[in-house]
Ligand binder design. Structure first.
Ligand SMILES: C[S@@+](CC[C@H](N)C(=O)[O-])C[C@H]1O[C@@H](n2cnc3c(N)ncnc32)[C@H](O)[C@@H]1O
Length: 241
């Protein structure tokens, strides 16, 4: 069975590729002219990749994968026969993984599950060449199948990779905290600058000098835009005055 081989001989397959950092770079360079190669620094592209399983560029190891695990189709011995699937399917868009990330042509995994159950058995491979955000993979894993996902778009393959792989929550917290600090600092700066500009304008045009008037004008101005911004500005105005 392909799936037994896939698990038991995983290390042998990866070992047979003899991947070193130099070989990975060499293999990447060979894919540069392939349609779909991303625009970006090699370092960044590699940082996003996990070769040979997932690459943020056209995967150079697909051919090796098929040669290692595949069996040529033989009409004489092939006994796969399943009637076409003919049920009506209707599903909402409430699935938690479905809602993790936006993707323009996403399909709820529940809508794919019936097809997977109909055409495959537990433990079999499910291949989606046009995987988009990877909902076939999500449905496949939930049904104990092994998904293989491919998409022309690096953006799609990045989303699908993250949708079907485990998340390192410590690493995630670390990154999220860094992003939070950067954004928080920038937002505070933007508020301070905009508040100073408003006060400057009011003073210049209307001769408003009272701190209370500045305070009220700022609150009205910003609460018209966004309540949370307004509240933050009240706090800032109080602190700065
Ligand atoms: C209808 S979407 C698939 C949506 C997917 N079922 C999901 O759940 O997100 C079709 C996908 O095919 C990809 N695609 C189009 N042409 C392709 C090609 N020649 N090779 C690989 N992927 C391709 C597009 O990037 C798009 O993500």
């Amino acid at each position: 069975m392909v799936q037994d081989k896939l698990i038991n001989e995983k290390d042998e397959f990866v070992g047979s590729l003899q991947l070193t950092p130099e070989k990975i770079r060499e293999d990447l360079e060979k894919m540069r002219d392939v349609e779909g190669f991303p625009i970006g620094d090699v370092e960044d592209i590699l940082e996003l990749s996990d070769p040979p399983y997932y690459t943020a560029y056209p995967n150079p190891y697909i051919k090796d994968f098929i040669e290692y695990y595949g069996t040529p189709y033989d009409e004489e011995t092939d006994d796969y026969e399943v009637e076409p699937f003919v049920e009506n399917e209707s599903h909402g868009r409430t699935d938690s993984v479905y809602n993790i990330h936006f993707y323009h042509t996403k399909v709820p995994p529940q809508a794919i599950s019936s097809y997977i159950k109909h055409y495959t058995e537990k433990g079999e491979l499910v291949l989606d060449f046009f995987a988009g955000s990877g909902m076939t993979g999500v449905a496949g894993l939930r049904l104990n199948r092994y998904p293989v996902l491919i998409d022309l778009s690096p953006f799609a393959s990045f989303i699908e990779y993250n949708n079907i792989n485990y998340l390192d929550s410590d690493k995630f917290k670390e990154f999220a905290y860094d992003i939070y600090i950067i954004l928080f600092t920038r937002i505070i700066l933007i508020y301070i600058v905009s508040m100073e500009l408003i006060i400057f304008k009011e003073t210049l045009l209307y001769g408003v000098k009272s701190k209370l008037a500045h305070f009220v004008i700022t609150i009205i101005y910003f609460s018209m835009l966004n309540l949370r911004r307004g509240i933050l500005l009240i706090v800032l105005t109080v602190i700065l005055n």
